[in-house]
Design a protein around this ligand. Sequence first.
Ligand code: GLV
Length: 322
Amino acid sequence: MTSTVVVTRKIFEQSLARLAPKFRVIANQDDVSLDATELHARVKDADAILSTTTDRIDAALLDAAPKLRAVCNIAVGYNNIDVAACTQRGIVVTNTPDVLTETTADLGFALLLATARRITESEAWLRAGQWKRWELDQMLGLDVHGTTLGILGMGRIGGAIARRASGFDMRVIYHNRSRSDQECGAHWVDKTTLLRESDHLVLVLPYSQQTHHIIGAAELSLMKPTATLINIARGGIVDDAALVHALKNKQIAAAGLDVFENEPALHPGLLECQNVVLTPHIGSASRATRMAMANLAIDNLRAVLDGQRPTTPVNPEVLGKP
Ligand code: GLV
């Protein structure tokens, strides 16, 4: 019998074409927002779901999808999915690591440079017609080259950022629960040292209960008043209210944020701060990389439905179970 695939959000037409002939596809090319009730109704006959970070795949959804065999997320992060509940039901979860590493590291570095050199603030000021003459002390920012880069979390993306930093003659320090085998010239330090010594601190760790608000008021108070904080990981890792307080009170110099607690809603205080660069969760958003992510997720989905091993399972312990 033909398997049913539910695609929760709009995907590239080329990606959809890789599913359509083989499966009965319930697509959402109009990209309508589906609340939990609507999503639950859609997945009732689903054998697989092609999901994104905006979909909440929890036990209630799994209960509404009794035939479900695979949840294939088009993202490296999978904190939107209750993986334990999937594993318990023998449902394979997959993500899209590797294909987005370099693109996400590019965005991390772009945010770092934009934040340190006040790029978006300068442009807004110029566009507002405020540039009347050149001045020696106009829009003074912070150096990136030759400074100390801190990385919290040292997985693949952290390593790719560390490699970029060597071109800027930066000293690179990192903190991870365990010392990483992909240090890329970076030195492990404890978290307090990381916070105290970083001139620019980039967050690249996954979100979980353990990392919720791992950067809050206490951590921000340890940072240099000249430091910047860059978050390309997940909202909720930073306590946004504490960050707004630190930015307004110049406890740190500036922040560059691609992710937010409760996004797409923003803490209103962030919009009041000049010393913050804001982007709408575009870490992996180059055309080539988003295509590669969709393709990898579809490869994973097709593999599971064909009884093969997917390339990037999150819960490999489920594989091989009847
Ligand atoms: C994006 O945030 C991802 O996890 O891939």
